[in-house]
Design a protein around this ligand. Structure first.
Ligand code: ADP
Ligand code: MG
Length: 606
């Protein structure tokens, strides 16, 4: 009896602040969102000592009159929604009416604001949630919020703050998100009285990315094209295949203008990149999803960092498809560079000359030299001969299709590239219409073999090999369930598996290009991999991973000397690939250095 009490308004705000205001970056986020919602064209942010001693956000938005300014500091006071129905389709960044009172309850807070046509503005000073001063203020139209001594009255919270540097970096990241999300708004950031950046309002996202991250990054991005489906629009930029990062920090995703974190979308992006992304690396994305506000629930996370989609699978599939299509388009652009003939006119005759005149290594032999069998390729085993049932091949050494030519390739009338030589027994140097191209022969061969094997696997299924002794193994009930539902997929992947009692399975055959000593252990990994790849992963997914590993072992290595026509065939095969510019592990296969870049380096052009 009598143990339950209503909390005072101030304490209630501090409790709410615990969720909304985690660290200085959350203050910045909430204030900048308010400025954006207020229709600001320019937002200037200043921080001191990692935002702990000061966060100040100045905007030129609509401002507030005195009554609204006072109300804005009340909990659950907002101009953005009115009813529960509005909550179903929120079009603003804020909607809970919690940020300002929460922040004001855990800091020394000052708000000055003026509406455009008002004679006088308002200044309000709040300390630890208590309003101390309300008076006329004479600032420019718009709103200015100063938050000093964050958590001064909550020492426990203060202790959890990280170093000033870390907090500053969090803030910078937060402002990067907002600046990328709103290229049409000018942003500036001052850190400890030093200007970190000043971003003018720009017409396009590309301009904003260039201003913030530099032209080099922009050049390695491809623009995502247009509508993914009737219900979801996807735009923005993504990194070309081969561009990746060790952290998620440049994996930006926006839903209806709101920066969000979403495993669903980052997972879909990874799936879309597939072999174009190195394992353990993260893609660079500036992805903008536009959905009907009613199809997204933004009211699921205290800091509004996550959202829930009404149709998560639709979103997932749209993102995957969009990324795949964008990368394929980029491939077409890249191939375009090789379509133009080099040195048109009479000069083309020179390029058709038999021997490359600049052979850097004796191994790059002139085409007249007779062609030998390539031992390193003959050794590759892995795929069934066409027209034979997989079972016939069991136990027999499998041969790869002959990749490199036995006959000299007939040259097209006009040559699109010319091999100059091989550097360090690894990098093929070539010339194309655009300038210089460097190719990593190992990575290139991996990609060629990978796509060839995958094609065969899709056409003929995975060749299998019977185990000498069938093996049984147990799995936890949930995995057993999963296996049962996916039996046909597994069989298609060359895994001969059947039920053998409750939660027990028997394997009697495996893909023949696998070297598996422990079938049960292998199966557990397969289950984990496939589960995480999600439902849309094709039955070929596992096969692809196995192939990627196999081709790595069998592709020509650095130091493997290649004959001139072999190199040439390799390059042609590479250019015919679906994703020519990266190996199956996502590393680049080719680097283009344009003549313009060379001219610049040699100071011929400014
Ligand atoms: P919310 O953004 O969820 O509505 P806040 O506590 O962040 O809640 O803000 C409360 C209200 O104060 C907002 O709804 C808005 O009307 C007003 N407000 C806050 N910041 C600004 C600003 N920079 N310019 C104009 N109005 C603002
Ligand atoms: Mg707000």
């Amino acid at each position: 009896m009598g143990r339950i009490r209503l909390l005072s308004e101030t304490v209630a705000s501090q409790v709410a602040a615990g969720e909304v205001v985690e660290r200085p970056a959350s203050v910045v986020k909430e204030l900048v969102e308010n400025s954006l919602d207020a229709g600001a064209r320019n937002i200037d942010i200043a921080i001191r000592r990692g935002g702990i001693s000061l966060v100040r956000v100045i905007d030129d938005g609509c401002g507030m009159d005195r009554d609204d300014a006072l109300l804005s500091l009340e909990r659950h006071a907002t101009s953005k929604i009115r009813s529960a129905t509005d909550l179903q389709a929120v079009a603003t960044l804020g909607f809970r009416g919690e940020a300002l009172p929460s922040i004001a309850s855990v800091s020394r807070f000052r708000l000055t604001t003026r509406e455009g046509d008002a004679i006088a503005g308002t200044e309000i000073i709040v300390n630890g949630g208590k309003i101390d001063v309300v008076r006329d203020g004479g600032e420019a139209p718009g709103t200015q919020v100063e938050v000093r001594s964050l958590f001064y009255n909550l020492p426990a919270r203060r202790k959890f703050l990280r170093s000033e540097n870390t907090e500053s970096r969090n803030i910078e990241h937060q402002i990067h998100l907002q600046a990328i999300g709103h290229p049409e708004i000018g942003f500036s950031l001052m850190r400890d009285d030093r200007i970190l950046f000043q971003l003018p309002a720009t017409a396009t996202l590309g301009d904003r990315i260039r201003d913030l991250y530099g032209v080099d990054l922009l050049q390695r991005l491809v623009e995502v094209n247009g509508a993914a489906s009737a219900k979801i629009g996807i735009s923005g930029f993504i990194g070309q295949a081969g561009l990746s990062r060790q952290t998620r920090s440049q994996q930006l995703v926006f839903v209806n203008g709101r920066a969000i974190e979403s495993n669903l979308i980052t997972g879909a992006a990874r799936e879309g990149y597939h072999t174009a992304l190195m394992k353990g690396q993260y893609p660079v994305t500036f992805l903008f999803l536009e959905l009907d506000p009613g199809a997204v629930d933004v009211n699921v996370h205290p800091a509004k960092r996550e959202v829930r989609f009404r149709d998560p699978n639709g979103v997932r599939e749209a993102v995957i498809r969009c990324i795949q299509q964008t990368l394929e388009q980029a491939r077409a652009d890249w191939q375009e560079k090789f379509r133009a003939p080099i040195r048109p006119g009479p000069a083309a005759a020179i390029s058709a000359k038999a021997a490359p005149d600049l052979s850097l290594r004796p191994e790059v032999t002139a085409p007249e030299v007779t062609h030998r069998e390539l031992p390193h390729l003959g050794a590759v085993s892995g795929v069934a001969d066409p027209g034979r049932a997989p079972s016939e091949i069991v136990g027999q050494a499998l041969r790869l299709p002959e990749h490199l030519p036995q006959q000299r390739v007939t040259k097209p009338a006009q040559q699109q590239f010319e091999i100059i030589g091989v550097l360090s027994k690894l990098y093929v140097l070539m010339e194309n219409a655009n300038g210089l191209v460097l190719v990593d022969q190992h990575a290139a061969h991996e990609r060629v073999l990978f796509e060839e094997l995958r094609r065969r696997m899709e056409e003929q299924g995975v060749p299998t090999q019977k185990l000498l002794l069938p093996q049984t193994f147990d799995v936890p009930p949930r995995d057993a369930d999963w296996i049962e539902q996916n039996l046909s997929v597994l069989q298609k992947m060359g895994i001969g598996i059947e039920g053998f009692g409750p939660d027990t399975f028997k394997i009697d055959s495996l893909p023949s290009f696998l070297d598996v000593s422990n079938a049960a252990q292998f199966m557990r990994k397969v289950i984990d991999d496939l589960k995480s790849a999600g439902t849309s992963a094709s039955a070929m997914r596992l096969g692809e991973e196995m192939i990627a590993k196999t081709v790595c072992r069998h592709a020509v290595k650095a130091n493997d000397p290649l004959l001139y026509p072999e190199v040439e065939k390799l390059i042609r095969d590479l250019l015919d690939c679906d994703l020519p510019y990266c190996c199956p592990h996502g590393r680049p296969t080719m680097i283009q250095i344009s003549l313009a870049e060379l001219d610049k380096k040699f100071g011929r052009k400014v």
